[in-house]
Design a protein around this ligand. Structure first.
Ligand code: SF4
Ligand code: SF4
Length: 163
């Protein structure tokens, strides 16, 4: 994955893709779950996360209590030590997030705590989550960072005629 090239493509298509997502938010088709599932299936024929890892390099997951306990236990750390070493509280949401990026658990393009990773990482990029409208602001934000979500939105643009 050429991430420099992706950034150029994402910047060039930002206005068009954001406009489509905004229009879609107002006019979500009744069969959206089926359309989203079909678009997501097409995405993974083209995109390999192990060639990318841009989410781990440039974004942060939110860690819930269970994530912190599970990962700290795996690392044989006390949860409070885990928090003070790697996390900070996000201002708006008050969620625990990585204090710095890339993620401290990334090695090359591999997650070194893959089996114990936060739920947020395991569910990313959330294309198949329902209801679709609950994730549309997430897709709007991620479309410029995640090649899979960029392709997902491109697939939706092919499949949905908003006139
Ligand atoms: S989820 Fe998106 S940003 Fe993360 S590795 Fe896969 S394609 Fe890249
Ligand atoms: S915990 Fe693993 S999957 Fe999640 S951001 Fe860090 S390296 Fe990526």
């Amino acid at each position: 994955m050429d991430l420099d090239n992706f950034r150029i493509i994402a910047a060039a298509s930002k206005k068009e893709f954001s406009g489509f997502i905004d229009n879609l938010a107002d006019r979500i088709p009744g069969n959206m779950p089926e359309i989203a599932a079909s678009a997501d299936k097409a995405v993974w024929k083209k995109i390999q996360c192990l060639d990318c890892a841009n989410c781990c390099k440039t974004m942060t997951p939110a860690y819930n209590k269970a994530d912190i306990l599970r990962i700290a236990t795996h690392l044989r750390m006390k949860p409070k030590d885990f928090i003070s070493r790697w996390l900070k509280k996000e201002k708006d949401s008050e969620a625990w997030v990585n204090a710095s990026s890339p993620c401290q658990f990334l090695d090359g393009n591999m997650c070194t705590i893959y089996e114990y990773r936060p739920e947020d990482c395991a569910g990313f990029p959330h294309h198949d989550k329902q209801p679709f409208e609950a994730y549309i602001s997430t897709f709007r934000k991620n479309v410029n960072h995640c090649p899979a979500t960029h392709e997902f939105v491109a697939q939706l643009m092919d499949k949905i005629d908003l006139g």
